[in-house]
Ligand binder design. Structure first.
Ligand code: SAH
Ligand code: SF4
Ligand code: F3S
Length: 449
């Protein structure tokens, strides 16, 4: 391993997370762990002694970005920080990374990052520091307790991994098999987050609604049971969860949307394509009709629920007519928001070896048409909020003085000017105007909570 000019023992660190919310959560846990080890987060703008790039392998673009980031970490005087590559690229590429980028000192997979302190010691001694194990002893048990400060809207990973093996996707390989964290660990972590100031908790998992476990009296529960228990915690106002798989959308969870007031009316339920032949080739194990039936069931008990989704255009062999089915399902569901991607062949996945890869310009065209349809529905959804009075949780500062940005129950961002309020307040606002990506509001009557 090349250790040119890396600092001996790092005192400060920076964690940069790419990828999904679970990576953001992992990044926070790594930072807390380094803090517990006596290291300090580098101040904004300050160069850190250790830079942790917490990476994502989901699409090729994400991978390219990280390698260019590694190159840019060299300082003007030729020195560089100690560099750790964590996350899903670390898992997928392992020691390949330090061959491709000689300045990488540490490679640590998403299930092994509780061992980061030891890897730092190894790297400091100039030894190879690569750990992509998926140890049976969960990292969660080895991490320090949550820090004393939490954001008003906090993430909590309750489930990891995926056994579904969609043919395009790397997650089952980078995150391993599906596991559910134990009930008590989740409740305790939620309490710590609430004590630290969290008012909203988003439960995370690659297939979060596949969570199962025994409650404190030994009864087997699904995620709806967990949501109900969390809803009993005072000072927690809002519960969300992401990402869900259609096949794990149980009747119990649907019922919770009707019955648990703190469970927000928002459901991220990716469908990927509106065409059954493509869904089959993707190994999605649901059809367009079975997906629509779930949406209908959820809307029957919670008519105002906002639905969001993920789409892939240009999966190998996708014809124009098959793509039209995707536009059709977008119109049928009337999504509040969506993520849409061009298919990206990922090494080691079955789809990467399929015939009929779709040309880039066809993908560009399909993505543009899909996004136009998505934007239209998103604008309609936002426009429907104008005139409504709703509660928002203030989460961050806006660009203008006295401006704060909060979220509605339906996950829309609302800008308000309210110098007397602070981040973490819940407040009622009248929605006065809507744009494609956010709303504007005025404080309605009172500070609610
Ligand atoms: N577990 C979630 C999704 C996790 S990945 C689910 O099944 O819904 C997030 C999104 O990235 C996916 O929903 C999919 O739309 C997209 N994605 C995954 N692999 C991809 C690939 N190879 N190319 C393009 N998009 C991909
Ligand atoms: Fe990937 Fe499919 Fe698993 Fe989602 S369900 S993480 S898309 S393999
Ligand atoms: Fe990316 Fe890994 Fe999440 S590949 S999307 S960071 S699970």
């Amino acid at each position: 391993m090349n250790r040119d000019n890396a600092p001996k023992t790092p005192a400060t660190f920076q964690v940069k997370s790419f990828g999904c919310q679970m990576n953001v959560y992992d990044g926070e846990r790594m930072a807390e762990m380094l803090n517990a080890r006596g290291m300090a987060a580098a101040a904004p703008g300050e160069e850190a002694d250790l830079v942790v790039l917490n990476t994502c392998h989901i699409r090729e673009k994400a991978v390219d970005r990280v390698y260019s980031d590694i190159g840019r970490l060299r300082r003007d005087d030729g020195s560089r920080p100690m560099i750790a590559v964590a996350g899903c690229i670390a898992q997928a590429e392992g020691s390949e990374i330090s061959r491709r980028a000689k300045t990488v000192d540490i490679v640590v997979g998403p299930q092994a990052y509780h061992r980061l302190p030891d890897l730092i010691d190894r790297a400091t001694r100039g030894e190879e520091a690569v750990d992509t194990d998926m140890p049976a002893d969960s990292k969660f048990g080895a991490l320090p307790g949550r820090g004393k400060q939490a954001r008003p809207s906090a993430f909590l990973t309750i489930q990891e991994g995926c056994d579904k093996f969609c043919t395009y996707c790397v997650v089952p390989y980078t995150r391993g098999a599906e596991i559910s964290r134990p009930w008590t660990a989740i409740i305790d972590e939620a309490k710590a987050l609430i004590d630290g100031g969290a008012r909203e908790i988003t439960l995370l998992g690659q297939n979060v609604n596949a969570w199962t476990g025994e409650d404190s009296s030994g009864r087997l529960r699904g995620m709806d049971g967990l949501v109900r228990a969390l809803a009993d915690l005072p000072d927690l106002h809002r519960i969300r969860y992401t990402t869900s798989h259609p096949n794990d959308m149980t009747d119990g969870l649907i019922a919770a949307h009707a019955e648990v007031e703190k469970l927000m009316p928002f459901l991220h339920l990716p469908v990927q394509s509106g065409n059954d032949r493509i869904l089959k080739a993707m190994n999605r194990s649901h059809t367009a009709a079975s997906y629509l039936a779930i949406i209908e069931k959820v809307r029957a008990v919670r008519p105002d629920i906002a639905i969001s989704g993920d789409f892939i255009v240009g999966f190998p062999g996708e014809t124009d007519a098959e793509f039209e089915d995707t536009l059709k399902i977008v119109d049928q569901v009337r999504y509040a928001q969506c993520y849409s991607f061009k298919y990206s062949p990922r090494p080691g996945t079955p789809a990467a070896g399929m015939d009929d890869q779709v040309p880039a310009e066809v993908m560009d065209d399909r993505l543009a048409r899909l996004q136009a349809a998505i934007n239209r529905h998103q604008m309609d959804f936002n426009a429907a909020a104008v005139g409504r009075t709703t509660q928002i949780l203030l989460e961050r500062k806006g660009r203008n003085p006295g401006q704060l940005i909060g979220k509605t129950p339906w996950l829309q961002s609302v800008h308000v000017t309210a110098p007397e309020l602070v981040i973490g307040d819940m407040v009622e606002v009248d929605i006065i105007s809507a744009g494609p990506n956010s709303l504007a509001g005025e404080i309605s009557r009172r500070k609610a909570a």
